[in-house]
Design a protein around this ligand. Structure first.
Ligand code: PAF
Length: 279
């Protein structure tokens, strides 16, 4: 496994064998089974696998959140090596954003609600860095988790609109045994908050249950999710949503499919989760 910080080194390695296919997994490090499931899928579907580890400053609107983001590059690299990854980019922030940097990618409608509304500038930062990562690696396929459902929709929109010749593969959310979706942020939960954090998954399951009993009033599903979150005394609800899975507009009545999603704070740790329901 080759590990580089500079762009010319990544490009040289990427193009050393021009005819092989590359799968690419962008990450912010502190890897868990969710990331590794993306790497394994990339490994199955491509000749070579590239991974980036970069905590992208432009997608954090709270400096405290950026500083608190967990990091352990040595551990990440040994996990990636065990998975048979070929190439890893670990750039310093000045390589990605030199002092004279001034270009950003902005996606409109699908980036506005949900995470976009809760975290202004978040998707501008994500889309910008992902566009740069795509340009550096130039993979045939890229792998994202369903856990960040809106991010996957936004990236697919960007790939289509900017004519990136890349297939975006969205892989299922990987969960802990008790249902908590895997996230690097889980490491920052206190032990009692970690116990209560299963309320996100329980809220989604409760709403899914209602849907499966025939409820199609989106507001009833939202109310159910709110009630489950409010039953966890350490949880502070940010939003709940029942939206169209690709347009991401809030629904009044569910026709055949809906994306249930929510964001919840435990102290300063913000967790998100989602589930698609369909009849
Ligand atoms: O999902 C993430 O970890 C990040 O948003 C990504 C895609 C690596 C961009 O920084």
């Amino acid at each position: 496994m080759k590990v580089f910080s500079n762009i010319p080194d990544i490009r040289r390695q990427r193009w050393a064998e021009p005819l092989v296919t590359w799968g690419f997994v962008p990450t912010m490090g502190f890897l868990h089974e969710g990331h590794l499931s993306l790497v394994r899928r990339a490994r199955q579907e491509n000749d070579r696998v590239g991974v980036s580890i970069f905590v992208n400053p432009t997608q954090f609107n709270e400096p405290g959140d950026l500083a608190a983001y967990p990091r352990d590059t040595n551990r990440d690299l040994s996990l990636l090596k065990e998975e048979g990854v070929d190439l890893v980019w670990t750039p310093d922030p000045e390589i990605v954003y030199p002092p004279d940097y001034e270009t950003f990618v902005e996606i409109e409608k699908v980036a506005r609600p949900l995470e976009g509304a809760a975290r202004p500038g978040f998707f501008r930062g994500v889309a910008t860095v992902v566009a740069k990562l795509f340009n550096v690696f130039q993979p045939q396929r890229t792998y994202f988790g369903q856990k960040d459902a809106q991010q996957a929709v936004v990236i697919k929109r960007m790939v289509k609109d900017l004519n990136f010749n890349i297939e975006v593969v969205v892989c299922p959310t990987v969960r802990e045994a008790d249902g908590l979706a895997m996230s690097s942020r889980n490491a920052n939960l206190s032990p009692p908050a970690r116990q209560q954090a299963t309320c996100l998954y329980r809220a989604l399951l409760a709403a899914k249950d209602l849907f499966e009993q025939g409820e199609r009033d989106a507001e009833e599903l939202r109310a159910k999710m709110v009630a489950v979150i409010e039953s966890a005394d350490m949880a502070r609800l940010d939003y709940v949503s029942v939206a169209h899975p690709s347009a991401l507009e809030e629904l009044t009545v569910i026709e055949d499919r809906a994306l249930l999603s929510l964001a919840v704070f435990f102290d300063t740790v913000r967790l998100i989760d989602n589930m698609v329901v369909e009849s």
